[in-house]
Design a protein around this ligand. Structure first.
Ligand SMILES: Cc1cc2nc3c(=O)[nH]c(=O)nc-3n(C[C@H](O)[C@H](O)[C@H](O)COP(=O)(O)OP(=O)(O)OC[C@H]3O[C@@H](n4cnc5c(N)ncnc54)[C@H](O)[C@@H]3O)c2cc1C
Ligand code: SF4
Length: 495
């Protein structure tokens, strides 16, 4: 364990944060890490509580609590407190293929379940994880692990997001011959084109992809499976195929004017900005720009927040974020006790930046878009919003939004970004592979299994689960890889 009395002696100390007005001048990460000594002290706060809910990863009531990867959190906290950083790394990598990603972008389900958090501040688990892996790179502990023995089995992974990368990593380490197909020009899925650079620097994604290529994984980019390469060709050439294509089909708005110039889906917008940043440091002017524009983001969630942060960096004139739901409470409600995930209002980095620049929170609740107004050249100029109230249907018991008559308002808007969620996979992939989909338009697999009804086709990550989190994509990828290995070898020694 960490220091037995550490949680009484030391307060939680987070990585520092560049101020909002400073960090909006660039697209760089903005959380410089604590010194090693401070970090070891944070490890000391872990209290070896006997039942480490942090690593439990289980359903509790209607929500999930703890780390889905069952990361060995108390062990590595103890190792860093005891200055054994290399041991900490080895324990961390036992359960997590990509702590350099989760350490940056995971919402830290573990911390919400940390016993220290019951009546004080939880241990800085996510930042400790990040410090361990980054120290590993710095000290040269991370080296290519080239498998000594290869099987004769060939596996194709479709999609290079965290699920596809995990499947590829696991099966490559087992000795199988893995090829990853990616339709984008760079590897990483939403880690590359989705999550903005200030949250996850793309150098970090490239660093890991390079290492994996060195270890023997073949990456083929700019190749859309089902269009550029036929499914039959893959079926003929591989012993197993794993669909990790994500669930990026965006939910649209049922309003007129969606075809106006200046209306974009959030991921298309974010992708264009990251591409321009990586290709030309934003000099090629090829991205969608919010510069000087009045921006409205539809969707109050994390993707919407990423759009707010990006628009502010581009120098927008104003930004409003519309949310259909009511705001969450500021503190846990009685029916949402620890260690459940806290359903409370958080002000994320983009919203903090909007407050710093424009003096107010960009979020407007219980409001949606009713109509889009474009000029004679079909350029968006304004939107009509309407307020909503949530009414319970006495028959189904479910709440649904009802427009409040007369609450319409007109907002100036030159750029409308739709971050209203996702509706599953792109259909052509499931159609081409002739695999069934669920009612949520995700790829259907057997119960508790990653196998589709096509005997050598498997699925993992968002493509199977629906739009979720990086940590879940990794968890799915690990379990799926074991099943693929059993399928290929008749048994699996992967743990
Ligand atoms: C804007 C945004 C921000 C997010 N921020 C966070 C965050 O901060 N923290 C967090 O935990 N989660 C976050 N998420 C969610 C997280 O990124 C996803 O849950 C995760 O990336 C899913 O991984 P995946 O591998 O299943 O799919 P994806 O990451 O979507 O990758 C799928 C890949 O498959 C490729 N592909 C699809 N079809 C084909 C084909 N036919 N041929 C070849 N390639 C194909 C796609 O191009 C893509 O690269 C965010 C999501 C979005 C949209
Ligand atoms: S992966 Fe996420 S939930 Fe798991 S230990 Fe790391 S930060 Fe916590």
């Amino acid at each position: 364990m960490g220091k037995p009395t550490g949680f009484l002696e030391f307060e939680r100390k987070n990585n520092s944060t560049r101020s909002p007005l400073e960090r909006i001048k660039d697209f760089s990460e903005f959380h410089p890490q604590l010194s090693k000594e401070d970090r070891e002290q944070q490890g000391a706060r872990c209290m070896n509580c006997g039942v480490p809910f942090c690593q439990s990863g289980m359903m509790l009531e209607s929500g999930f609590t703890g780390c889905p990867l069952h990361n060995l959190i108390p062990e590595w906290n103890d190792e860093i407190y005891s200055h054994n950083w290399e041991n900490a790394l080895s324990r961390l990598l036992k359960t997590n293929n990509f702590p350099e990603f989760t350490g940056r972008v995971c919402p830290a389900l573990c911390e919400a379940a940390c016993t220290c958090g019951l009546d004080s501040d939880p241990v800085t688990i996510r930042e400790n994880e990040l410090a361990i892996i980054e120290n590993g790179y710095k000290q040269g502990y991370i080296k290519p692990r080239i498998p000594k023995v290869r099987t004769d089995k060939r596996v194709a992974v479709i999609g290079s997001g965290p699920a596809g990368l995990t499947v590829a990593d696991m099966l490559n380490q087992r000795g199988h011959n893995v090829t990853v197909y990616e339709k984008e020009d760079r590897v990483g899925g939403l880690l590359m084109y989705g999550i903005p650079n200030m949250k996850l620097d793309k150098k970090i994604v490239n660093r890991k992809a390079r290492l994996m290529a060195h270890e023997g994984i073949r990456f083929i980019v700019n190749t859309d499976v089902g269009r550029d390469v036929s499914v039959q060709e893959l079926m003929d050439n591989y012993d197993a195929i794993v669909l990790c294509c994500g669930a990026k089909q965006p939910r649209t708005l049922n309003v007129s004017g969606m075809d106006a110039n200046g209306v974009y889906f959030a991921v298309d917008f974010l992708t264009s900005v990251t591409k321009s940043l990586l290709n030309s440091n934003l000099q090629d002017k090829k991205c969608v720009s919010a510069s000087g524009k009045n921006v409205v983001v539809v969707g109050g969630g994390d993707t919407g927040n990423d759009c707010v942060g990006t628009c502010i960096r581009q120098g927008c004139n104003s930004v409003v974020q519309l949310e259909m739901m009511e705001p969450l409470p500021k503190t846990r409600s009685k029916n949402n006790p620890w260690p459940q995930w806290p359903k409370v209002l958080k002000t994320d980095y983009g919203q903090e930046e909007a407050i710093a620049v424009f003096g107010k929170d960009p979020r407007v609740y219980c409001t949606t878009v009713k109509n889009i107004i474009a000029d004679e050249s079909n350029n968006i100029k304004q939107i009509v919003t309407v307020e909503l109230k949530w009414e319970r249907n006495p028959e189904t018991g479910r709440f649904s939004p009802v427009e409040i008559e007369g609450s319409e308002k007109v907002l100036d808007c030159d750029l409308l970004l739709i971050a209203a969620g996702f509706t599953g996979c792109e259909e052509y992939v499931s159609q081409e592979f002739e695999v069934e989909t669920t009612e949520r338009n995700c790829i259907k697999t057997g119960k508790g299994s990653y196998k589709t009804e096509n005997p050598k086709v498997f699925a993992a990550g968002d493509a199977r689960k629906g739009q979720s989190l990086v940590v879940w994509a990794i968890a799915e990828g690990r379990e799926c890889a074991k099943e693929v290995d059993r399928f290929l070898m008749g048994y699996s020694n992967m743990i």
